[in-house]
Write a new protein. Structure first.
Length: 299
């Protein structure tokens, strides 16, 4: 029987630990963790994400601040806001919701966030720490961090003797995920659209992580029997069985058939997704502890 990895349950345990850490920080004389989320424009999906992040921050006992800027916001105005948040000692985490409207250049904005407040883990200083094996003093990108937590729930902290394959090489997920697996002693293959005989490469994986953005691309015959499959994809596809014009969410893995081969697999939705917001909260409370000069909690 396959184990369907419950991301909601894992995320709830992280949120519980984050809430406790925030309370203990205040008892120790530290400040209430402060998270500032910046959203520009009118994208409905982005607004939904931001609302859920703000709600979760309040649930954790944080000082949650949302800056909603109009679509026509200039690069200079957005940069000025980030600079102001960087200088505010009550703000421990800054998140600029992506994507930004097309007329804005997101990279200089993201890189201008102070590394110690970069709770999304996208600053090159934080990416560099992961690349050099420093997982204790920087900020780890939320989705890879959450995915690793799910992997370790199945395999433990030490992944020695295990082969891991990551499909996808993005800076946002693929590269940091590969580095985190490597840091846990897995033997890691980074695969992508240019990989020769991708299915054969995947069949060698004890841990297979799919993050390519192609609906149900990974089929059962890509999966090694007994493997752990982490599906990071979120794709909306037509669902005529629900009615005309209806859609449903699927991952990058064909869940029904892959679950007949794998020993453990994440569903979509309800797998990696909830972990991303949970690890954002974890990064914020870690940043608040560091700002207070106190040992940061581990999750």
């Amino acid at each position: 029987m396959v184990t369907v990895i419950d991301g909601k349950q894992a995320a709830a345990s992280v949120i519980s630990a984050v809430t406790e850490a925030a309370e203990s920080l205040e008892r120790a004389g530290g400040a209430k963790p402060g998270l500032a989320v910046v959203i520009v424009g009118n994208d409905p999906a982005s607004h939904a994400y931001v609302s859920s992040k703000s709600r979760m921050a309040k649930q954790c006992g944080f000082n949650s601040i949302q800056h909603t800027l109009p679509e026509e916001t200039t690069q200079e105005a957005l940069q000025s806001l980030v600079d102001t948040l960087n200088a505010d000692p009550a703000i421990h985490g800054i998140l600029v919701q992506l994507p930004l409207p097309r007329h804005l250049d997101q990279e200089p904005v993201i890189q201008s966030i102070l590394p110690e407040k970069d709770v999304d883990g996208l600053n090159i200083a934080n990416a560099g720490k992961i690349a050099t094996g420093d997982l204790t003093t920087g900020m780890i990108s939320c989705t890879p961090a959450g995915s690793m937590l799910l992997v370790k729930r199945i395999h433990g902290e030490d992944l020695s003797w295990l082969n891991a394959v990551v499909i996808g090489r993005s800076n946002l997920f693929g590269k940091p995920m590969g580095l985190l697996l490597l840091a846990a002693n897995a033997t890691v293959t980074m695969a992508h659209s240019k990989t020769k005989d991708l299915a054969a490469v995947c069949r060698n994986a004890d841990i297979l992580v799919a993050a390519v953005g192609r609906p149900e691309m990974v089929k059962a015959d890509w999966v090694k029997p007994g493997a752990t499959v982490i599906d990071v994809g979120i794709n909306r596809v037509p669902a005529p069985e629900k009615g005309e014009g209806k859609t449903r969410l699927v991952g990058d893995v064909a869940f029904d058939e892959a679950s007949e081969v794998a020993a453990a697999i994440t569903p979509v939705p309800g797998g990696v997704g909830p972990m991303t917001i949970a690890m954002l909260m974890a990064n914020t409370v870690i940043a608040a502890h560091r700002a207070a000069g106190l040992p940061a909690p581990k999750f």
